[in-house]
Ligand binder design. Structure first.
Ligand SMILES: [Mg+2]
Length: 261
């Protein structure tokens, strides 16, 4: 029996327009046919991905980098509330970023000290998962609405090359004081993660890119991503969970999927 891949997961992956159903997914009477089918397709796309893109905050690392920076600079409460709104998708990403940074106004020295004193904490299982993907010659990218200086530190720990990192750039004056952020980066805009994925497809010729993340901005990147996997291992965002074709709460589930072949 064959099933059509729903448009939002098909992308331009023509060879997967028809996919064999298998196991329990082939019994629509026993399960919700639509949901089970999309889970099976997302799993298939993940196993066959050319590239996997991870969100960073609350996905690859346990915390929200900008909240940690705000706490460190003494304005934690105000900024955490704004981050929650941004993640729920109720304000534009650019506005939320700009407003939060205008409160934080971190110096270069504060950012460096944050990384030294409170290095980002990797989520359990991410190191093993990235290692496995690399072994299979799958390209791994980090696409973050957070800050490059922090995300590069995370990439180094995971052996992800720094040119596979897409994130926002903080700007500083010559004396180290906060001078704004680079507004030309695609990740500074709403829909920016999708823009990066489109660029990656063009640059590397990838046909099947899978996006993994916890937030609304990650979900929005599919399409152009072929599939989206919601990650609830650090925080569960209900609207993302409901809209995810495949939702996992540990990276072990993804590792297990890769071991099937
Ligand atoms: Mg996130």
């Amino acid at each position: 029996m064959t099933a059509r891949v729903p448009a939002q997961f098909a992308g331009d992956l023509n060879e997967l327009v028809s996919v064999e159903k298998s196991g329990s997914a082939s019994h629509p009477r026993a399960h919700s046919g639509f949901t089970m089918t999309t889970i099976a397709h997302a799993q298939e796309l993940f196993r066959r991905a050319d590239a996997v893109c991870f969100d960073v905050d609350s996905t690859v690392i346990r915390e929200e980098g900008i909240d940690e920076l705000a706490k460190f600079c003494g304005v934690g409460d105000a900024v955490t509330e704004m981050t929650r709104n941004a993640m729920g998708g109720s304000v534009s990403f650019h506005t939320a970023l700009s407003e939060r940074l205008s409160i934080i106004k971190c110096s270069r020295e504060q950012v460096n000290k944050l990384i030294t004193d409170h290095p980002p904490q990797l989520t359990t299982g991410i190191k093993e998962l990235v290692e496995k993907l690399h072994q299979r010659n799958v390209k791994v990218f980090l696409i973050s609405g957070g800050f490059r200086c922090i995300v590069e530190h995370v990439a180094s720990q995971l052996n992800i090359p720094l040119h596979h990192v897409y994130a926002n750039r903080l700007k500083f004056y010559f004396n180290g004081e906060y001078a704004g952020f680079d507004e030309s980066q695609p990740t500074a805009q709403t829909g920016g993660k999708g823009t990066v994925i489109r660029m990656l497809k063009e640059q590397y010729g990838f046909e099947n890119i899978v996006m993994i993340g916890d937030g609304a901005t990650d979900l929005e990147a599919c399409p152009p991503a072929s599939a989206f996997i919601g990650f609830g291992g650090n925080v569960v965002r209900q609207q993302v969970k409901e809209k995810s074709s495949w939702y996992v709460t540990s990276f072990g589930e993804l590792l297990k999927e890769l071991e099937k072949i």
